[in-house]
Design a protein around this ligand. Structure first.
Ligand code: HEC
Length: 161
């Protein structure tokens, strides 16, 4: 073989090797990060599993409820995205609302329903599709019980002006 031909062959091999190397080092295309959550920082991935053994204050803090809701007695729960969670006052109003078509028959059940299926009833004056709909996968039955038991006791009177 001619020296020049040999050079061409080696260059061709080099090119193939180089392109193979580039193809392999390219990471696989990242999957689209579609999120239906209104808050970009609050996704199921960022919320730890809550068993219910945690103190009630921690349950509200860890799950992010405090980011969007005012909750009496919970430090830092000053969110204004959703309504103040004073279901001891507002719960009965929701159940009696003619536009309420959910399945709850008690305030307790209404709270559980609101957390598991927020689309069932959207409180007037607040945005829909904003309250995350994935809490069912992050809260144990015990944690949900504690949340409902706490919130049904909170009343408007406990809100500081
Ligand atoms: C990203 C903001 C956001 C987060 C986080 C959030 N909520 Fe909400 N929530 C809302 C909005 C907005 C509404 C009102 C619209 C609706 O009814 O879906 C609402 C409604 C509710 C209601 C019905 C209140 C009423 O007056 O009828 C309850 C109960 C509730 N949320 C509980 C919770 C609990 C418990 C958590 C945490 C486990 C939580 N929310 C986390 C935004 C949020």
């Amino acid at each position: 073989m001619h020296t020049r031909d040999r050079l061409v062959v080696w260059m061709a091999i080099g090119l193939v090797a180089l392109s193979a190397f580039w193809a392999l080092r390219e990471p696989p295309a990242s999957k689209p990060t579609a999120s239906h959550s209104a808050s970009p920082t609050l996704t199921p991935e960022t919320i730890p599993l809550v068993t219910g053994d945690e103190p009630t204050v921690d349950i509200f803090a860890r799950t992010g409820c405090a980011v969007c809701h005012v909750i009496p007695g919970i430090p830092g729960a000053i969110g204004r995205v959703g309504p103040p969670l004073v279901l001891g006052t507002t719960g009965i109003e929701r159940l009696n609302d003619p536009t309420y078509h959910g399945n709850a028959e008690s305030v307790h059940d209404y709270i559980v329903e609101s957390v598991l299926e927020p689309q069932q009833f959207v409180v007037r004056g607040y945005p829909e599709h904003t309250m995350p709909s994935w809490y069912g996968s992050k809260l144990s039955a015990l944690a949900l019980e504690k949340i409902a038991a706490y919130l049904e006791r909170q009343t408007e009177a406990e809100l500081s002006p």
